[in-house]
Design a protein around this ligand. Structure first.
Ligand code: ADP
Length: 379
């Protein structure tokens, strides 16, 4: 297996579209990195650069310390798995699996050993004599994975390999792929636009936006400490609520959070209050995840909000709310409640925003502080 690095990579396509801007990422030997971002952000471009199907305009790409910028795809020893499985339709599963090995002129016994290994690993034994059209989508995807695996590539590249599958199968194959890559100790770069897929498959997740890397971190860190409003608003389903806000002080010198025409007291420790005071009066975005919004208790001052809509999902209810007195166009705020809770459009609520779960971002969208893992976890 291998380690991979992208250093200061730019990609400008003929015609002038710059798809990638100064991209840096190091993937350790045996590490699985998921690259996620909206359609058109440059994910496939990065994968194709590593595969050798495109050439970087600037920067250094290396595999195992060797610069590969100008090596052919064959010389790089990478295996790509695409969303269209690219199996040979007239060949049985067995022959599809053998094909890359025959191309390498391996001895018959070795070919059989490899096919046996991958057949066991992917539970394909009952399918070896079938043609691709006699397989389900999930089975075809497993064969495509198998064909990549028998090549024993230095690096696995996967471009939305699950996007042709239905939702249930996606979840099943997703965990199979994850286990498989782990068992094979494979170095892998996995591209998807689906944040849930990225979060379950990647040991680290790299979030890309308009050709720029916004954050690379393990899934939990990405969720708990998003580096900017793009990541906060992309990761999570529904993602983090982001609201325009400002820190203010009362005439008694109490710190409050102002959202439009409303304001809330902030019960902060002295050290956090001292930290947050440096941003007094500056326009901020305040972020809070849907599961961290609470109904205010009697004693709390709450934020007045009106129910716009409710989604009853069985195990939880998602409430779509509008905060009173926010400048238009005001964002819809999503609140997640366990179980089924019946609400009607127009119901008025009071929301409690625990400072422990508030994320502060500056006007440029960069994170200033994360309550949740910050100083005030006792709230
Ligand atoms: P993603 O995989 O995230 O959907 P892509 O890497 O396919 O994004 O595309 C990134 C950007 O580069 C897009 O603006 C796309 O239109 C552009 N692009 C991709 N391939 C080419 C190409 N061969 N020629 C010109 N522009 C391209």
């Amino acid at each position: 297996m291998a380690h991979v690095s992208f250093e200061n990579i730019d990609k400008i396509y003929p015609g002038g579209t710059q798809a990638i801007f100064d991209f840096n990422l190091a993937i350790a030997d045996g590490e699985r990195v998921a690259l996620v971002g909206p359609s058109g952000c440059g994910k496939s471009t990065l994968l194709r650069l590593l595969a050798g199907l495109e050439i970087a305009t600037r920067g250094v790409l290396s595999i195992n310390g060797q610069t590969v910028n100008h090596l052919s795809p064959q010389q790089r020893n990478v295996a790509m798995v695409f969303q269209d499985y690219a199996l040979y339709p007239h060949m049985t599963v067995r022959r599809n699996l053998e094909f890359p090995l025959k191309m390498r002129d391996l001895a018959r016994a070795e070919i059989e050993r490899q096919v046996h290994w991958v057949t066991g690993l992917l539970s394909l034994s009952g399918l070896l004599d079938r043609l691709p059209r006699q397989l389900s989508g999930g089975q075809r995807q497993r064969v495509a994975m198998g064909r990549a695996l028998v090549r024993q590539p230095a690096v696995f590249l996967m471009d939305e390999p699950l996007s042709n599958l239905d939702a249930r199968l996606r979840v099943q194959i997703r965990s199979e792929i994850s286990e498989l890559l782990e068992r094979a100790s494979a170095t892998a770069l996995y591209v998807t636009h689906d944040q849930a897929e990225a979060m379950t498959l990647g040991q680290r997740v790299a979030v890309l936006d308009q050709g720029r890397l916004r954050q690379t971190a393990p899934p939990q860190e990405l969720y708990e400490r998003p580096a900017n409003t793009f990541v906060a608003g992309f990761i999570g389903n529904p993602p983090m609520n982001l609201l325009p806000a400002m820190l203010i002080v009362t005439s008694e010198d109490q710190l409050r959070l102002r959202l439009g025409e409303q304001s809330l007291p902030l019960a902060l420790s002295a050290s956090t209050a001292a930290l947050w005071r440096q941003w007094l009066g500056t326009p901020l975005s305040v972020g809070i995840r849907p599961e961290h919004l609470r109904m205010a208790a009697e004693k709390d001052e709450g934020l007045r909000a009106m129910v716009q809509d409710a989604e009853y999902l069985g195990h939880e209810t998602l409430l779509y709310l509008r905060i009173d007195g926010l400048a238009l166009p005001a964002p819809v705020v999503v609140m997640r409640l366990p179980g089924i809770r019946i609400f009607h459009k127009g119901d008025m609520l009071r929301l409690f925003l625990s400072p422990a779960h508030l994320h502060l971002f500056d006007a440029a969208g960069l994170a200033l502080d994360h309550g949740i893992t910050g100083h005030d976890a006792r709230y």
